[in-house]
Design a protein around this ligand. Structure first.
Ligand code: UDP
Ligand code: MG
Length: 310
């Protein structure tokens, strides 16, 4: 029998995690007929509610199928997925949310794709009725920008629902451990035989989303810096174009000069414009230095307080 590791990160999911386990386990059991055993790797990402206790109880009752990692505090969804990646022992790994937005009925097609020899399986959302219009527009714009700026391609509707084999797991474990990172993006760019499966995102079973607009913005900025150096080159473009502008103005002034001092407005406007460009460029460099600083400090991606059934 092959083993499928189902990696689930949970943060304040007390209302839905039991139901998630019950439903997903049913599909897990069905996999046995196809020659796949299953294990859950639950990562409790420093939940403040009863999620930890609920998961711990589940781990006690189903020792055979549940492994539990508890973080010392909230480290974020990405860190939780990395911890799952580090501790999963399956031949195949699938990453899922604990809110049943990633329908477990797709576990079967995922294992079939593994059996066909695919190493990376991206689950692509066909529709997300839960996302509002603002989220749709901003996310569309983000993917357009990142694909323009970087030399890799990120699938616009790919989600944190994906599956990889243990071979890919090893690659991701060894490298790709930047402090500022985007696991979903790396998964799509390690190569290997890859396929996509479409799925329809379901609404959350309970609780509410943890991603605010502010968090998403930070996330978008980080991703751009993970995958692209183009913003750093903005300074060169800005310098060149303002030099060009200055040159034109010089010619213009020399040609039209009639002795009278003039052009106060032009000077003020130009000054504001130049300073704006300068500060933006400095700001961008600052952002990259912040990323370098994070790397340099080399703090752990996550801290584990407790492990169960390992
Ligand atoms: N999550 C986590 N740590 C966090 C925030 C979220 O582990 O700091 C988990 C959360 O419990 C869920 C998954 O990440 O299983 C996706 O989060 P959420 O459903 O809030 O995001 P959305 O589906 O709205 O994008
Ligand atoms: Mg969700």
């Amino acid at each position: 029998m092959k083993l499928l590791s189902i990696v689930v990160s949970a943060y304040n999911e007390e209302a839905g995690v039991n139901e998630f386990y019950r439903v997903t386990k049913e599909y897990g059991e069905k996999l046995r007929e196809k020659g796949w055993n299953y294990e859950f790797i639950f990562v409790n990402d420093g939940s403040m509610d009863r999620t930890g206790e609920i998961l711990s109880e589940l781990a006690d009752t189903d020792k055979e199928h549940i492994k539990l990692i508890s973080f010392s505090r909230n480290f974020g969804h990405e860190a939780a997925m990395i911890a799952g990646l580090d501790y999963a022992s399956g031949d195949g790994l699938v990453f899922m949310d604990a809110d049943l937005q990633h329908p477990p009925e797709y576990l079967l097609p995922i294992t079939e794709a593994f059996d066909e020899g695919y190493q990376v399986i991206s689950m692509v959302r066909t529709s997300n009725e839960t996302a509002g219009i603002i989220k749709k527009i901003t996310s569309g714009g983000f993917y357009w920008l990142i694909n323009k700026l970087s030399d890799i391609y990120l699938e616009p509707n790919a989600s944190d629902f994906f599956a990889i084999t243990s071979t890919v797991q090893k690659v991701l474990m060894k490298n790709y451990r930047e402090k500022v990172r985007f696991l979903r993006g790396y998964v799509q760019n390690v190569g290997f035989r890859k396929t996509t499966i479409e799925y329809k995102a379901a609404p959350r079973i309970a609780g509410k989303s943890h991603y605010s607009i502010k968090k998403l913005f930070t996330f978008a900025m980080n991703t751009i810096m993970c995958f692209s150096n183009v913003p750093l080159k903005l300074g060169i473009f800005a310098g060149l174009s303002s030099g060009f502008l200055g040159f034109i103005l010089l010619i213009y002034t020399l040609c039209t000069h009639d002795g009278a001092p003039s052009g106060y407005a032009t000077i003020v406007v130009l000054l504001c414009f130049m300073f704006a460009v300068l500060f933006i460029v400095i700001g961008i460099i600052g952002e990259y230095i912040a990323v370098l600083f994070e790397e340099l400090k080399d703090r752990p991606l996550y801290i584990i307080e407790d492990k169960k059934n390992f």
